[in-house]
Design a protein around this ligand. Structure first.
Ligand code: CA
Length: 412
């Protein structure tokens, strides 16, 4: 294609994408961003929503609605015509949720859409609840009506995900809850990521659900094939995690990958295998003690070395990470495999969002799942990247802690 024609078409495409977004939302603004790295797709960024309060996650229904959560407000929906309705949360929602509370890193977190949504209208949220005497995190299933005006038929499918109920020297209440929920497009089961609550024994405790990746059916029952070690809760798919904020499924193989941030070192991306141990064990060795019985920021061994995110000395068959963020932690958040030829070189690569790092990296993996290279998406604002979801239009949607939801669309 002649260069002049290509530039013209690119310009037309960008205007087209921008016009659609502005028309749908009635409040959107757009900024064209041309990326020039050799071999990398160029993208245009559209601000789909702004002014949100700590948006945490989003999910698209087959009929084009965008569900999104705000940590301290609840679940809302943005309809294809741009209208926004608050469905399930604090005062002002169609259904006010009396047991929902917001504390620390917890509140209304992940949201997912049932693979059979067109038949059952099921949607799911991960939320902090005080229904029990002891606060917990729950996964709640809801039915959303055809007009997206309200939800009904609440069913709490997982009620016993641990919650950090009081502050310690290591941090406040409500931290390290995990909170991402995603259905695998391969096996159809719901994966739930949880956190260690600053509780030393929790990640290796197979009777409790903190510091794990769970895999359940739409009713919350353990999925077959979890391969949980004997005596463990059969809902546990993998254990020995710190605070998993991201779960993604590799196109082609369907293998789940976790993305979790380290305690000042070692953000990790890890290919998961049923029954696997992620190797995080922040409880003190028998001859040691740690403040609040938690060695996550110090050492769990007498050698004084920082507690490892993957302790191969203690767990030689622990799941090997695909990528360690150069030994540092920049608050690795959610991750997503990009899919579709529109992404050119990034088709099939893993997009990883960072919180403190305030960027998105694109990881290239070999067939075994090991990262062989990575690049950073350039030309977009530096914000804390909280959620990444690919829309039905093929664009990458991103929720940021600054209160915005963007779409990034590749430009041919
Ligand atoms: Ca690990």
């Amino acid at each position: 294609m002649k260069r002049g024609i290509k530039i013209l078409l690119t310009t037309v495409f960008t205007i087209f994408v921008t016009a659609i977004a502005a028309d749908c939302s009635g409040e959107s603004s757009a900024a064209k961003v041309a990326l020039t790295s050799a071999g990398e797709p160029r993208v245009t960024r559209t601000v789909v929503l702004s002014g949100l309060r700590e948006p945490w996650d989003l999910a698209f229904t087959p009929d084009g609605a965008m569900l999104f959560t705000e940590k301290c407000r609840g679940l809302s929906v943005r309809l294809p015509n741009g209208a926004i309705k608050r469905l399930f949360g604090t005062t002002g929602s169609a259904v006010v949720v009396g047991d929902l509370f917001c504390q620390g890193q917890s509140g209304m977190l992940g949201v997912a859409v049932d693979p059979r949504f067109s038949d059952n209208r099921f949607i799911y949220v991960f939320m902090a609840s005080n229904l029990n005497d002891r606060k917990t995190n729950r996964v709640v299933r809801l039915v959303v009506d055809a007009g997206y005006s309200t939800v009904s038929n609440r069913k709490d499918i997982v009620t016993d995900i641990p919650f950090k109920s009081s502050a310690t020297i290591w941090g406040g209440a409500g931290v390290h809850s995990g909170g991402r929920i995603r259905f695998s497009p391969s096996d159809g089961f719901l994966y739930i990521t949880t956190g260690d609550n600053h509780n030393g024994p929790l990640p290796q405790d197979l009777t409790r659900l903190g510091g794990k990746v769970l895999r359940v059916d739409r009713d919350g029952a353990a999925a077959p094939g979890n391969n949980t070690p004997d005596g463990g809760d059969p809902r546990i798919f993998t254990y020995g995690h710190r605070n998993v904020q991201g779960i993604a499924f590799r196109p082609g193989t369907g293998q789940p990958f976790s993305c979790e941030h380290g305690p000042g070192h070692s953000d990790e991306v890890t290919p998961l295998v049923a029954g696997g141990n992620g190797g995080w064990d922040p409880k003190p060795d028998p001859n040691l003690s740690c403040i609040s019985n938690y060695c996550g920021y110090t050492s769990n061994k007498s050698d004084g070395r920082p507690t490892s995110m993957t302790d191969l000395a203690k767990f030689p068959i622990a799941l090997r990470p695909s990528w360690n963020n150069k030994g540092v932690s920049e608050g690795m958040g959610h991750c997503l495999f990009l899919s579709g030829r529109q992404w050119h070189a990034w088709d099939g690569r893993l997009a990883v969002g960072f919180l403190r790092g305030s960027r998105i990296d694109i990881l290239q993996l070999d067939t075994a799942g090991t990262t062989t290279g990575h690049t950073t998406v350039s030309g977009i604002p530096s914000q804390r990247m909280r959620s990444l979801v690919q829309g039905h239009d093929g664009a990458l949607y991103i929720a940021t802690d600054a209160g915005e939801i963007w779409s990034l669309a590749p430009i041919q």
